[in-house]
Design a protein around this ligand. Structure first.
Ligand code: ZN
Length: 287
């Protein structure tokens, strides 16, 4: 789709384009993630639970604060859509947009998954990424994005002229959250939010700025590992797009399961770590 413009260029168009950008959110003042503590604790991990997420479906799982969890590729390339909630208050949930603004478009080791207002605190920290070597490819693609949203039946209906598909990640996560919390679908659905696209390879086209996806570079054995900063309820959907090399919102793509492994570090191995505090803003908003 070409970008349409009805504006003629001003004489100084190139000079205006040549202005250097500045980083919106300089992160030098962000409290750094204590990666040395996590690294030491990783050496003591013992598996306490695991969950297999079936293809074209989702599962929820709990991760206590101070535990780690891994999302592992098994059987073949497959992407996953991740939601995070405060286990005690689902109104505090992963805030994809602010995470993108604070860190980058695609997350990797050391980046944190921030929660919604008014808490705005790290819910989880990425502690290992076996796809960390990928970087940005020649198309501007990279893995584990926070630029997409999640495949959903509403957009599918819109773009397909009334098509019905019930196993988009949005619906999968809705059913999984309902099952995990005993809530009806109508209450569960508003809790589903924009995701971390685990293993998905995405970017924006350079010429038209459109969101693109391409075959994920993930292979069996690859994993993305997180440290739970607070008690978490997490939801993971094995996207109907499979490796997202062709299409989603259908049963066309080959889909594989994903494995979630929950791991506990040895007692005492997290000395020096403290759970993150909620935002200190007083919420008076000038009144
Ligand atoms: Zn999906």
């Amino acid at each position: 789709m070409p970008i349409m413009s009805d504006a003629s260029s001003p004489a100084d168009a190139e000079a205006r384009r040549a202005v250097r950008p500045v980083i919106c959110y300089p992160v030098e003042t962000l409290p750094p993630a204590p990666m040395e503590i996590y690294r030491a604790a990783r050496d003591t991990l013992a598996k306490v639970d695991e969950v297999v997420v079936p293809p074209r479906d989702a599962r929820c799982f709990s991760v206590p604060a101070g535990h780690f969890f891994r999302i592992v590729s098994i059987e073949g390339p497959q992407v996953g859509d991740l939601n995070l909630w405060n286990a005690h208050d689902p109104q505090e949930r992963f805030y994809s947009g602010k995470t993108r603004a604070l860190h980058r478009t695609h997350l990797t080791t050391g980046d944190r998954l921030w929660s919604s207002f008014p808490a705005l605190r790290p819910m989880a920290t990425i502690t290992h990424d076996t796809l960390g070597w990928y970087g940005f490819d020649a198309y501007g693609g990279a893995v584990h994005d926070v630029i997409g949203t999640r495949c959903d039946p509403y957009t599918h209906d819109l773009l397909s002229g009334g098509g019905r598909y019930h196993h988009c990640c949005h619906s999968n996560l809705t059913r999984a959250f309902a099952d995990a919390t005993g809530r009806p679908l109508a209450e569960a659905e508003p809790q589903v939010h924009d995701v971390l696209n685990v293993f998905m390879c995405t970017g924006f086209t350079r010429d038209t700025g459109q969101y693109f996806m391409k075959a994920s570079p993930v292979r069996p054995g690859d994993f993305l590992e997180f440290f739970a900063e607070i008690d978490l309820l997490a939801g993971l959907s094995a996207c109907p797009g499979g490796d997202c090399s062709s299409e989603h919102s259908s049963d066309v793509a080959v889909c594989r399961p994903l494995l979630v492994v929950i791991l506990k570090p040895a007692e005492g191995s997290l000395a020096g770590w403290t759970p993150p505090a909620r935002s200190g803003y007083d919420r008076s908003h000038g009144r």
